[in-house]
Design a protein around this ligand. Structure first.
Ligand code: N01
Length: 527
């Protein structure tokens, strides 16, 4: 939405957007499951590009709910009159770069075709590619099945039903407490326990949100200097600089404060195993305290990977939900779900009978949404062929041999390790400036150089190798999709440092990009 606003209204370009959903909102359009809410704070998880928009919208809670974020997205679409340039309810099924005239030909599911000089992908990192595991017998199941990322718009009433939830990542952790309140019985199938910290969400008092709005310019400026694109309390130092008592006090303070800031208790939480273990131990201690049945608590305690190596979860009453009489935890780490029968899920020869199955089983993350577009670059080569051993990008913004293609929050950029709205704005601003420079130069073709891309990929890999991130079998690394190459996909450098790096590239005349010569007279670039 910001790309449309910026390129159309500020740069005067002809822009058309294709959107699979029937409305704006992206991930917040699709993820309507009960309990869905953002784990970045609402005042930061919102656009900063327009001061008036910022002042006129009033967030009601610290962590906004999905319906409120969707309302916000609709408001933005109306306020900037965006819908007139969006085709809704259609999908891109193929896009081919035509070298004879430096344009993309984009094919739509409806049969429509669009031609464009430049193609910008804004497909997100997750929502476009929900995954249901390949469990035999799924079609034979007599009840209803749902995926959190494709939740029915009319909602689901689980009253009186026996429900299974498969998956205990961020989505599972949000949906489980809500279904438990409604269903007759809830059985959770857990393969890997997550580390989860309490959200401690709250409704904003009127004077608090008024104060935050007054402080917005300073808050946004501060957020731009951070690694995550949101202002969180700074760590007091490395774990080793603190006594065990000080470490615990810091962790306790952050646990009570709630939210993902827990991960920043120590400056070295994600690079030093010992520091990480202190933060992880504290969470396990809380789990054992909250959950009454110690056998269940033991299963809920993650032990096989560092805290943060799979994305930290932020919950409301998740662990306490296992104290309810109607909730059962089934550990499938050693003995997977063997099959789905008409009546339920079979594990270890025993069928757990249920009336409905909720898949909170995640996504073919980061590369999945891009590969679905069916992109073909120079010489007809597909992106899937180019990325067969893992994604390769220059700056997470472009990929060699795919000229005139820019990608918002693609692999190789900080994306999912940051506040996605901030990172999307950062990318749109950079892409817009680049397009403007191309227009000024009269260039019709631009592409990343292979050498620049190789160097960037190496930098992304090296940076990750200094951290504990690659130690989790996470979607960050493609480990959740059988056969997917294992490459740590986001850039751990963080929002602010990465911003400096891409700005330097721009200042150096878009170093690492090659563009063609000047246009014929009268020809119009940038259309
Ligand atoms: O998906 P996930 P998600 N049998 O991939 C399990 C964002 N998000 O939708 O870990 C049994 O994290 C799988 O087990 P394992 C956020 O970035 C944000 O929950 O592979 N289990 C795992 O437990 C998040 O990280 C918000 O062993 C199976 C789960 O399914 C990202 O979206 C809210 C299985 C998938 O977890 C994705 O989160 C929600 C099988 N065959 C999401 N296959 C907020 O802003 C998979 N699993 C708060």
């Amino acid at each position: 939405m910001y790309a449309l606003r910026k390129l159309r209204d500020e740069l005067g370009m002809d822009v058309h957007v294709v959107e699979r959903g029937e409305d704006v909102g992206g991930t917040w359009y699709w993820n309507r499951y009960p309990g869905a809410r953002c784990d970045a704070e609402s005042i930061f998880y919102s656009y900063s590009f327009d001061a008036d928009l910022q002042q006129e919208w009033t967030w009601t809670e610290r962590f906004a709910t999905q319906p409120e974020i969707l309302d916000y997205c609709r408001h933005v679409a109306d306020r900037f009159d965006l819908r007139r340039d969006i085709t809704f309810g259609d999908s891109v099924v193929g896009a081919v770069f035509d070298e004879s005239d430096d344009r993309w030909t984009v094919r739509l599911e409806s049969g429509g075709v669009r031609r464009a000089r430049f193609l910008v992908t804004a497909v997100g990192c997750l929502a476009a590619s929900p995954r249901v595991p390949d469990v035999p017998g799924l079609d034979d199941f007599a009840g209803a099945t749902y995926h959190t990322g494709r939740w029915p718009h009319e909602g689901v009433d689980f009253t009186g039903l026996r429900v299974a939830v498969i998956g205990t990542g961020s989505s599972g952790i949000q949906v489980i407490p809500e279904i438990a309140k409604q269903a007759a019985a809830l059985t959770v199938f857990q393969r890997t326990p997550s580390y989860s910290v309490p959200a401690r969400n709250r409704v904003f008092a009127e004077d608090e949100i008024a104060r935050l709005k007054r402080e917005y310019p300073a808050l946004r400026a501060e957020a731009r200097q951070t690694g995550g694109g949101s202002v969180l309390p700074l760590p007091p130092g490395k774990a080793g600089d603190l006594s065990p008592e000080q470490q615990r006090a810091e962790l306790r303070k952050r646990w009570e404060l709630g939210g993902p800031g827990y991960m920043f208790a120590f400056a070295d939480s994600m690079v030093d195993e010992k520091a990480n273990a202190v933060a992880a131990d504290f969470v396990r201690e809380q789990i054992r305290e909250i959950v009454r049945d110690q056998d269940v608590a033991r299963l809920l305690c993650p032990t096989t990977y560092p805290i943060g190596a799979k994305r930290i979860c932020v919950d409301t009453d998740y662990y306490a939900t296992y104290n309810r009489d109607n909730v059962t935890l089934v550990d499938v780490s050693g003995s997977p779900i063997e099959r789905v029968t008409p009546k339920g899920l079979e594990v270890g020869g025993h069928v757990h009978e249920v009336d409905a199955i909720v898949f909170a089983t995640g996504y073919d993350a980061m590369t999945g949404p891009l590969l679905q577009l069916g992109l073909r670059g120079v010489g007809g080569r597909t992106l899937a062929e180019k990325w067969a051993a893992g994604p390769r990008t220059y700056l997470g913004l472009a990929t060699a041999d795919f000229p005139n293609l820019f990608m918002i929050t693609a692999p190789g950029s900080p994306s999912v390790l940051t506040n996605m709205v901030a990172s999307a704005e950062q990318h749109v601003d950079w892409i817009a400036a680049h397009l403007e420079a191309l227009r000024a130069a009269g260039a019709t073709r631009v592409e990343a150089e292979v050498e620049a891309e190789d160097a960037w990929v190496e930098q992304v890999n090296t940076a990750a190798s200094f951290t504990l991130f690659p130690q989790g079998n996470s979607w960050y690394i493609g480990a959740n999709v059988p056969g997917k190459p294992r490459v740590f996909m986001p850039y751990v450098g963080g929002y602010a440092l990465y911003g400096q790096q891409i700005d330097e590239v721009a200042r150096d005349g878009y170093r690492g990009f090659r563009r063609n010569a000047v246009l014929e007279k009268g020809e119009r670039p940038g259309g």
